[in-house]
Design a protein around this ligand. Structure first.
Ligand code: GAL
Ligand code: MG
Length: 991
């Protein structure tokens, strides 16, 4: 057992010493040692101590590595706070109660490693890692999202590998490795990112052996003209390779030889300022296939270090891409092209492990993003798992690589605190050292929400000098002090949640000097991302605007058992489907683990559910990013345009679909023209438009023509659409002798309705409604529970007119309904007059409930996905049908959901085809679910909701846009529901 006072690692109390960023840790590098290493992943002996200097107990449990103990049955549970630190201590102090995990296991060191250098790699640990071997201190590391390597050669004695049941000789070959992980430290104050707090070892642990003289780093610069430069550092070579030693390379089988012009032993070359190493390889690759996110062309590069006799001392494999990134004027250029950044912010997250993500998880993330039109990732807010970058190279993503620095709660104090200077530079430098060779990485980010200070400038200075490819540097905290200011550390104007008008105004102002790419925009919390299409219309139309990164990819709901409130952990595999947790489980957010102080559902703000099921906004995004579009419909035909930057259309196939409101859907094969990026061409109209059939829409169903790395052949890429013919107004023929029945309260009596149509002015508040302040106003006005008072009922043959007042504390709304028997059914004409005081309400429309058994909704309108007035671009108009239970979107905190925009008519039917049909006077927002607005508003999680047997149907004359006010701009004025008179009408038929 370690005596705290005798152990230098403990005696220094490194958890409260920001100046101590590491001890005994090897320099970071870009040489991937995962292949051929011995994995130490698995169950380790484990104890959770109450403090780092508390004595070890007698009893060990076990903990799985990689993993966080907060998800593995300890009493230290996950905790969610956005900005505020989970403790009151001022940086660099931390509380005395400081959970500390002690992980221990035996390692067998193979005999053949004798004479070699043996290195331990801990993929990531948060927030302080202490390493001991057989009780001897080896090293210490901070920087929770990057690996730490330690040279174990001095403390290990290789021996026979222990075979089944035969231990190696005492003291040889077997050692006890102890990793002590301290949860709270000075580093926690700069790891105050908006996600769950955990503790543990979150990435794999490995052991590998190398020759004493080995490749310590390889720095690649590969340009789009085929110019390749590879600088190799050789550790322990004393600045120059020993006599006769040399380096060779192989690029896709082509041999590269060492450039003898660059030789450290030559005093002249020591002066070549950008040569950092002992040897350089150079090549001019003819007819190079360049790398872009659209064309992720990679070459295999193998670098070998040779001994004087030619034998290989060390090898390093890389996949490299030839591409240039530069800023020219106010444009960010990739290979000379101004590219749009269709990005998303992504955390390393998993609902069962908390932080640990597998290669397959990451591949699934990126494949999904690719299928939905994303081309960029910001690794919010720390360097992601190394495999993510390999996958981004391979599948094609532009990456903004972000350093693990967020001091949100104490930002101002820390940015200039010299005690944290080393940590800032260390974190940025280590990220650059690890990721510099990835073609996907096009921008370095200095971190997030840490104010702006000298510590940032120091880190920026390091990158600018060091990065062989001279990539741009960005930092929102600097950029916000002046988007065009040349003296700030950010090369990019990268605001978060800037109002669109401000961005456009800046681009039009004549003062713009830097590319404007929002590091965060369109906050995806709950039912959100309103006005995304408006943003992109402006971005694509305004030189100087280049896109941004949606906040964020994940809803960080942790799968939780309802009975004991514990995380389900790795045993929860498969206990969710389609965004919904299995019975007895729920998606936990802040507050669900018994914390009294937390930030609730703000952690659930992604474009995918915790199980990666895409939310409806993904379909919106896919359409906004469409590589091929219908520009317009002219007499000579349909004009198609290629909206990519680098590719033709040959990887796509198309099919035409003609949807007739009063007919069916016709299809015909589509021949996509040969278009280069930016080009347009007219193609003939594929159909003779039938005389009848009413409103007509033409959709080009675009799919992958062949298997792509991210999608099998036939995967939908986009569904651009154009209206070919508008609807004719509907005419109704009254039938005077058919009675219309209303009760004494003026409420319609109808055999298929369990609740008559009444006026609805409210929706279950979305997260945007709540955090944007609208929901509070609506509650103050009493729109959630108005009192209906009948004013007049006038009965005529075949016609009943009802006037009612909705009495709300905020004002009285007059509601008129006229029911007229018409051929085939009942015409309902309505109006509502909202006083000026009730400006900006959630909706104005009718709500009714059906009898049970009508379980299928079929409609003509936008679909099949959920859509809203300001989030409807991705849902094409056509004939759609879905079971009622599948219409609802299970946003983590129940709220308004399941709406369909632009609905012209619908039927709700039972399996025997009986049911009701509704036709609307104009395309309207409709929702059909099993929940009243009040049911949704009173539940905190889905497992609390009890679906009703019948359907709750809303038909809205007006429905407020969703906006993004939970963190950012609200919807635009044109999507608000104003005071004044609203009129709408619809017909109800029995099938
Ligand atoms: C940003 C921040 C993110 C996240 C987001 C809100 O200000 O950078 O980390 O907190 O707001 O979800
Ligand atoms: Mg923050």
């Amino acid at each position: 057992m370690t005596d705290a006072s005798l152990d230098p690692l403990l005696a220094l109390r490194p958890w409260e010493a920001p100046e101590l960023t590491s001890w005994g840790r090897l320099p970071m590098n870009a040489v991937d040692r995962r292949a051929g290493a011995v994995s130490l992943d698995g169950d380790w002996r484990f104890q959770l101590l109450p403090a780092p200097d508390a004595p070890l107990g007698e009893v060990w449990s076990s903990s799985y590595v990689p993993g966080v103990w907060t998800m593995q049955g300890t009493d230290d549970l996950p905790r969610y706070l956005n900005i505020r630190m989970p403790f009151a201590e001022y940086p660099p102090q931390v509380p005395a109660a400081n959970p500390t995990g002690v992980y221990e296991r035996a390692v067998d060191v193979p005999a053949e490693w004798a004479g070699r250098r043996i290195v331990l790699q801990v993929g990531a640990a948060e927030s302080v890692l202490l390493v001991h071997v057989d009780g001897r201190p080896v090293g210490m590391s901070k920087d929770s999202h990057l690996a730490a390597e330690f040279d174990l050669t001095p403390v290990l004695r290789p021996g026979e590998r222990s075979e089944m049941g035969v231990p190696p000789a005492e003291g040889w070959g077997r050692a006890t490795l102890r990793l002590t992980v301290v949860k709270w430290s000075d580093a926690s104050h700069i790891e105050d990112q908006d996600h769950w707090w955990h503790g543990g070892i979150t990435r794999s642990v490995l052991l590998y052996a190398r020759d004493p003289l080995h490749l310590a780093d390889v720095a690649v610069r590969a340009r789009r003209d085929g110019d390749l430069r590879v600088d190799c550092r050789v550790r322990d070579a004393g600045g120059a390779l020993p006599e006769g030693w040399y380096v060779s390379g192989e690029l896709d089988g082509q041999l590269l030889t060492q450039d003898t012009e660059f030789d450290r032993s030559n005093a002249e070359d020591q002066r070549v300022s950008d040569f950092l190493g002992e040897a350089r390889l150079r090549a001019a690759v003819p007819d190079v296939r360049t790398w872009t996110a659209e064309t992720p062309e990679l070459y295999g590069l193998t670098v070998r270090l040779h001994r004087a006799d030619g034998t290989v001392a060390d090898t390093s494999h890389h996949r490299i891409g030839f591409r240039d990134v530069e800023i020219s004027g106010r444009d960010l250029l990739v290979n000379g092209e101004r590219v749009f950044i269709r990005g998303v912010n992504r955390h390393d997250f998993h609902p069962l492990t908390g932080r640990t993500v597998s290669y397959d998880d990451m591949r699934a993330d990126l494949v999904l993003l690719k299928r939905f039109g994303f081309n960029a990732i910001r690794t919010a807010h720390y360097p992601n798992d190394p495999s993510l970058y390999d996958l981004a190279d391979e599948l094609g993503f532009y990456v903004v690589d972000e350093a693990d620095i967020e001091s949100h709660d104490h930002a101002h104090e820390i940015a200039d605190d010299p005690r944290y200077l080393g940590a800032f530079v260390d974190r940025v430098a280590r990220m650059v050292l690890r990721d510099k060779n990835h073609p996907s990485v096009i921008i370095w980010s200095l971190g997030n929400e840490s104010d702006y200070g000298a510590n940032h400038d120091a880190a920026a200075g390091w990158v600018r000098r060091h990065d062989p490819a001279r990539r741009p540097v960005q930092y929102e905290g600097a950029a916000k002090l002046g988007w065009a200011d040349p003296d700030l550390a950010s090369d990019i104007a990268c605001p978060m949640y800037a109002p669109l008008q401000e961005c456009v105004a800046h681009a039009m102002s004549g003062t713009q000097t830097k590319p404007l790419i929002q590091c965060e925009y369109s906050h995806a919390m709950g039912n959100s991302n309103g006005t995304l299409a408006d943003h992109w219309e402006a971005i694509e139309a305004t030189p100087g605007l280049q896109g941004g990164f949606i906040w964020e990819f994940w809803d960080h709901g942790i799968l939780q058992r309802v009975n004991d409130g514990r995380p389900a952990g790795r045993g929860g595999a498969g206990l969710y489907d389609n965004g919904v947790a299995a019975p007895g489980h729920r998606w936990a957010y802040g507050g669900d683990f018994g914390e009294s102080d937390h930030d609730g559902a703000f952690i659930a703000d992604g474009v995918v559910f915790p199980d990666r099921t895409p939310k409806p906004v993904m379909f919106e995004h896919r359409e906004i990013a469409a590589p091929v579009r219908i520009e317009c419909f002219r007499h000579e035909g349909i004009v198609l345009g290629n909206h990519q930057h680098f590719r033709g259309l040959d990887w796509l196939s198309g099919e035409w679909e003609l949807s007739l409101a009063d007919g069916g859907t016709l299809t015909a094969p589509a021949e996509l023209p040969d278009l280069r990026p930016g080009e347009t061409a007219a193609v003939p109209l594929p159909f003779e438009l039938p005389e009848d059939g009413g409103e007509a829409w033409l959709t080009l169903r675009v799919t992958t023509a062949r298997d792509e790395a991210w999608a099998p052949r036939g995967t939908v890429v986009c569904l651009p659409q154009v209206r070919l013919r508008a609807a004719e107004p509907v005419r109704h023929t009254p039938v005077a002798n058919r009675p219309v029945e209303v009760d004494e309260d003026g409420l319609l009596v109808h055999p298929l309705l369990a609740a008559a149509p009444t006026l609805s002015l409210w929706r279950a508040p979305t997260d945007n409604d709540e955090l944007g302040g609208m929901a509070g106003r609506w509650r103050d006005w009493g729109l959630d529970a108005p009192t209906r008072k009948v004013v007049a009922v006038r009965r005529d043959p075949g016609r009943v007119a009802v006037v009612a007042d909705l009495l709300c504390p905020g004002g009285t709304v007059r509601h008129e309904q006229v029911f007229t028997a018409v051929e085939g059914g009942l015409l309902v004409e309505e109006s509502a007059e909202l006083p000026e005081a009730l400006d900006d309400v959630a909706r104005v429309g009718s709500v009714f409930e059906t009898v049970a058994g009508l379980n299928l909704l079929e409609w003509f309108g936008q679909g099949p996905w959920e859509s809203y007035p300001d989030r409807g671009a991705g849902a094409p108009v056509g004939h759609h049908g879905l079971p009622v239970d599948e219409l609802f979107t299970p946003y983590l905190r129940p709220q308004e959901s399941g709406g369909r925009h632009g609905v012209r008519r619908f039927t709700l039917s039972a399996p025997d085809a009986t049911g009701l049909a509704v036709r609307l006077d104009r395309p309207s927002q409709v929702s059909v679910t099993r929940h009243r607005a009040a049911d949704l508003a009173s539940a905190a999680h889905h497992d609390e909701l009890v679906p009703r047997a019948g359907c709750v149907v809303h038909i809205d004359a007006a429905h407020r846009g969703l906006g993004t006010a939970s963190c950012g701009p609200d919807t635009f004025a044109s999507y608000l529901v104003a005071a004044g008179v609203h009129r709408w009408s619809w017909t109800l038929h029995v099938l």
